[in-house]
Structures are given as C-alpha cells and as structure tokens.
Write a protein that binds this ligand. Structure first.
Ligand code: SAH
Ligand code: SF4
Length: 360
C-alpha cells in the first residue's frame, strides 16, 4: 500500500483518516500541532502518543517527501538553495534568502514548466508534472524546521520557483490555505506572493476570491510583438487583456500589484521601453520589480548593466511608476529561477561539479 503524504491532508482529512483507525478527533489535532507547531517530522518524535499509534503513523503516513540531493550556499552565506528529490525521482528546488531580518523562501509549484519562456531555465526544461499541495507545503516546512532549530522563522514566501503557479492553481492555493491554518502553521496570507506569467482566467479567479495573498505578474515587455517572442503565453493572453485583468484585480481588491521585468541588454532595458511601460501602467496602483537577467544556457541575451538599469528605473519613476532594481542574489549558486535543476538535469551524473557545491 502506498503511503499518504501527511502534508497533502487538511485537519479534517486527518481527523477522518484517524477515525478510520479508531482514533478520537483530539489525536488528529495533537498530530497536526506536533507537525505544524513543533516541527516534528517523524512518528518517533510524538513521544506523548501511544506506541501502536506511532507505528501505524510510520506505516501509513509520509512526513518527509523531499530528499535533499544537493545543497548550495552562496559565497556571502545569505542564500541557500536546496535541490529536492521527490518520491518519483523528479527534482525541484527551493531557496532560502536571509537579508536583514527577513527570511524569505522561494518555492516551486511544478517540475519544469509548460509556459516555455525563452529566457527561463525552467521553461527550457519543459513540463514534467504538477506538484501536489503537500509537496508544496513540504518545501516550506523543510525550511521552517531548519530555521526553528536556529531560533528563527520564515517571514515571507514567494511562489517564484520552478513552474507556473496559476497552471497548478488548486494545489498552490490549497498549500497556501493549509499553511495559513490558525490551528497549524498559521502563516499569514499577506506574507505570500504568487508570481504568474499572466494566465488571465486564473487572475480573474484570484480576483474573485479576494485573497490577501500578494500578486506579481511577469511582464518583461510592454508590447505584444516583443513579449510574444519571449513568452509564448502572450499569444493566448496578449498584453492589453492582461493589463485589463490586472487593473480589475487592483480595483476589486484595493491591493497593489507588482510587475516583474528581467532587464535584458538592448532588448527591454532602454528608456524607450521604460516609457512604453509607464504608459501601459499609468494610473494603476502598482510597482515594477526589475532584475538584471540571470544567464541561462538556452538563451543568448545578456544582462543589462548597472547604469542602464538605473536609467530604466529613473525613466519609469519620472513617468510616475515606482520601480526597484533587485540585486542579483545567489547568482554564484545559480539561485535564479530553475537554474540549478535544469543544469542538474542536463549533467545529472555528477552534481558535485557545480560551483560552490556542498554535498549533504
Ligand atoms: N512562473 C511564474 C513564477 C516563476 S518565475 C512566473 O513566470 O511569474 C519567477 C520570476 O523569474 C518571473 O518573473 C520570471 O519571469 C523570472 N525569470 C525567469 N527566468 C529569468 C531569468 N533568466 N532572469 C531573470 N528573471 C527570470
Ligand atoms: Fe514558467 Fe515562469 Fe519560467 Fe515562464 S518564467 S517558463 S512561466 S517558470
């Protein structure tokens, strides 16, 4: 019999499962809190439970679906990236960034991605499968446990790792809801940010659901002609309609939206592009996060320079659009989206040849 992944269950599911074992509801709550409040990750740690119940838990439930296969720490020690092997042997990565008092996690929602953005390492891999809600939750709990052991805690979660979260909408939002459970980990919805390449029907659903979760949209170009070549999804959901959906989101929720822009030298980092972008976003409660392109093997474009990035930011701000240039972080460990997993997939047999590798 195959085991149930603990993190795939809600408290109600767990209560039902335990009822089937002849256990009262309070036992389910004890287990739930042991995992989400005490960060226990194996049946043995539940020393207050009767031994037969612990044995049953070990036999029927999986608490550790993720096997770290590689761990990389950036040279400044602030970024840690872990490549996890899943039960079926597929791999995903999740990153912990420690800056000032923030402890931000970047988590994955799919193995690979079907959107095929040309500049993205995950897009270059293609799509393998969705992660279950539990596989998404487990990434957070892995790092929550690690930080807990150091007397620290996760402060923010960005759903910006491998995959398109809105292509796996139900599992992604179920994972967020589970982590948000007041009886469990109780991680505030406002501390999550979901990033999407612009799947309009999902943005509309998200708007209707009026969630507290922050929304980021990967734009990268202000006109269809340029965006189409970078992001095939634009053929289905063109810029104008996308921006309309974004405006409706802001209007309905009153929440500020973030637009992401990977600055590519000579492609989308010119003052002219900045002006087009400002015109597109005029009057919207929004913010632009611009990041110099991370290099990937499958894409020829080059990162912008510091000067050009600064000029881009200035032009946007002069035209009324707030913009931050994000520093490239953890670049020496290929912490840019999907970079490690795709490279590991390519050269799979010898992971230790990667730079600054520290094997577990
Ligand atoms: N699929 C979602 C979330 C994961 S990608 C999305 O596309 O929004 C997270 C962010 O990294 C997106 O803004 C994406 O466009 C950006 N990105 C992908 N490849 C990049 C690269 N090589 N350099 C810089 N940013 C990149
Ligand atoms: Fe997928 Fe996002 Fe990469 Fe595009 S940028 S291929 S949507 S992960």
């Amino acid at each position: 019999m195959s085991n149930t992944l603990f993190y795939d269950l809600n408290l109600a599911d767990l209560t039902e499962l335990l009822a089937g074992w002849g256990q009262p509801a309070y036992r389910a709550k004890q287990i739930w809190q042991g995992v989400y409040k005490n960060f226990w990750a194996s049946a043995e740690e539940f020393s207050t439970l009767p031994k037969p119940l612990r044995e049953k838990m070990t036999a029927e439930l999986t608490f550790e679906p993720l096997t770290p296969s590689l761990r990389l720490d950036s040279s400044d020690g602030q970024t840690r990236k872990t490549l996890f092997r899943l039960a079926d042997g597929k791999q995903v990565e999740a990153v912990l960034m420690r800056y000032d008092k923030r402890r931000t996690l970047c988590i994955s929602t799919q193995v690979g991605c079907a959107m095929g953005c040309t500049f993205c390492a995950t897009g270059q891999m293609g799509f393998f499968r969705h992660l279950s809600s539990g596989e998404i939750v487990a990434q957070v709990m892995h790092y929550a446990r690690l930080l807990h052991a150091e007397g620290q805690a996760v402060t923010n979660v960005v759903v910006m790792g491998m995959g398109e979260p809105f292509h796996n909408y139900d599992n992604t939002l179920a994972a967020i809801d589970r982590l948000n459970d007041p009886d469990g980990y109780h991680f505030g919805a406002r501390r999550f940010t979901i990033s999407t390449s612009g799947l309009i029907p999902a943005i509309e659903r998200f708007t209707r659901e009026k969630r507290q979760v922050n929304l980021a949209v990967s734009l990268h170009a202000a006109e269809d002609s340029l965006r189409e070549g970078m992001m095939p999804v634009n053929k289905r959901y063109p810029v104008r309609e996308l921006i309309r959906a974004c405006r409706e989101y802001v209007h309905a929720t009153g929440r500020r939206i973030t637009f992401e822009w990977a600055l590519i030298h000579g492609v989308n980092d010119t003052p002219e592009e900045a002006r087009k972008l400002a015109a597109l976003l005029r009057g919207m409660l929004c913010h632009v996060n611009a990041i110099p392109l991370n290099p990937t093997t499958g894409y020829q474009g080059q990162a912008t320079t510091r000067e050009r990035a600064e000029a881009f930011r200035q032009t946007l701000e002069e035209n009324g659009i707030p913009c931050t240039i994000r520093m490239r972080r953890g670049i020496d460990i290929q912490a840019g989206c999907g970079q490690l997993a795709s490279r590991a997939g390519e050269t799979n047999p010898d992971l230790t040849t990667l730079p600054t590798t520290r094997e577990l």
